[in-house]
Design a binder for this molecule. Structure first.
Ligand code: S3P
Length: 432
């Protein structure tokens, strides 16, 4: 897949449904009793893998229209006949492990080559303290792993990594555990699980503590089926908006973007960099603030991104780095060691990709610095099967001097099916 220097981009588009909320809607729908209706579901490969997983655990799942799905939950999971293959999805497997840990089931979890490289003990350790048993099939801390769930007790867990996936796995397991589970987060991470559990009738207490939260959930609560409206994914909206900022003469609007403050660190950073980014038509949908975000071509300036902002934009550093390449001065991104254990080592891949495109970058153990300036492009970039690395470089190529090609572009479908067509609709020169 190749992107070429493009004339101004113009238009209004809708971002695909939020990936975090889509996984949660499927899993909570499957744990509930009755029929949950989901609107605006992300129909990307990651979510389709979670849909197949909950089906294998006994839920009935049916697509009734574009983004419209029905999940008939059985009030719990039953032992699956097949391996639970989560594909590329870290969120999918970690949340499913948490949900299944609380159920009297045995299940083997697996994923693709990228997911098999990612650490799992961060989730299985607290679940094991609650009483779940995990056996590693090949190597400790890595998929495939077999779980024996059920008979859990509540725990008090203080997070050492700011991770919504770990918090969510524990809370989902806690639903059936004996006693009250408490998770303390020293830094706030995305709170979609807490919010959506409430929509399913579960009592969750969340009180501020320091810079973070203390979250409590009593075991023995049941979920009641509901309706979930999934808003647009800010992490996906970031790509067309970034293109709007860097391609001269552009004006791009993405409608219906979720504006949960724990997800919008990138927008704050772009505004600090001098981006002409405006939000109109703020409203509520699915219990979240949403709005229409417009990006116009801007002269960006490099900034030091506050480390405390990392959790609210952890998936957005690759596209931030791509836009920083066009800024005046340097953009410093630190305190982002977690980037190294995402779908790929995203610090490494961005450093290599940007350098191949003629951008000066300095790599550190837990961060990197991008020096802005003219961007040559003219490279073919490895993406290690990582959708966000692929999209970030394709956006970069729209404003570079020469075309940029990416390997493994099919991975884009994990989170943003229709990305290429949507970008073409704005006038972007991107294609085979
Ligand atoms: C997610 C949490 C984040 C994020 C991931 C989605 C979620 O991961 O990177 O894409 O939906 O809970 P961590 O919990 O590992 O930070």
């Amino acid at each position: 897949m190749t992107s070429r220097p493009s004339a101004s981009l113009k238009g209004r588009v809708r971002a695909p449904g939020d990936k975090s909320m889509s996984h949660r809607a499927m899993i909570l729908g499957a744990l509930a009793t009755g029929t949950t209706r989901i609107e605006g579901l992300l129909e990307g490969e990651d979510i389709l893998a979670t849909a197949r997983a909950v089906q294998t655990f006994g839920a009935k799942v049916e697509r009734t229209g574009e983004g419209a799905w029905r999940v008939e939950g059985q009030g719990g999971f039953s032992t699956p006949a097949d391996v639970i293959d989560c594909g590329n999805a870290g969120t999918g497997v970690r949340l499913l492990m948490g949900a299944a840990a609380g159920q009297p089931v045995q299940a083997t979890f697996d994923g693709d080559a990228s997911l098999r490289k990612r650490p799992m003990k961060r989730v299985t350790d607290p679940l094991s303290i609650m009483g779940a048993r995990f056996a590693w099939q090949v190597a400790e801390d890595r998929l495939p792993a077999t779980l024996k769930g059920g008979g859990l007790s509540a725990i008090h867990h203080v997070q050492t990594v700011a991770s919504a996936q770990i918090k969510s796995a524990i809370l989902l397991a806690a639903l059936t555990a004996e006693g009250e589970t408490c998770v303390v987060e020293p830094e706030k991470s995305r709170d979609h699980t807490e919010r959506m559990l409430r929509d399913f009738g579960v009592e969750v207490s969340v009180v501020p503590e320091g810079e973070g939260w203390r979250i409590r959930l009593k075991g023995g609560q049941t979920l009641k089926a509901t309706v979930v409206a999934v808003p647009g994914d800010p992490s996906s909206a970031a790509f067309p908006l970034a293109a709007g900022l860097i391609v001269p003469g552009s004006e791009v609007t993405v409608e219906g973007v979720m504006l949960n403050a724990l997800r919008t660190g990138l927008f704050d950073t772009w505004i600090e960099m001098g981006a002409d980014l405006t939000i109109a038509n703020r409203r509520q949908s699915g219990g979240e603030d949403i709005g229409d975000v417009t990006a116009r071509h801007s002269r960006l300036k490099g900034v030091v991104v506050p480390e405390a902002r990392a959790a609210s934009m952890i998936d957005e550093y690759p596209i931030l780095a791509a836009t920083a390449a066009f800024a005046e001065g340097q953009t410093v991104m630190r305190g982002v060691g977690e980037m190294r254990v995402k779908e790929s080592d995203r610090i490494r891949l961005m450093v290599d990709g940007l350098r191949a495109c003629g951008v000066a970058v300095e790599e550190e153990a837990e961060g990197f610095t991008v020096m802005g300036g003219p961007v040559r492009g003219g490279a073919t970039v490895a993406t290690a099967h990582d959708h966000r690395i692929a999209m970030s470089h394709l956006v970069l190529g729209l404003a570079a001097e020469q075309p940029v090609s990416v390997l493994d572009p099919e991975m884009i479908a994990t989170s943003f099916p229709g990305f290429v067509e949507l970008m073409q609709g704005l006038g972007a020169e991107v294609g085979a």
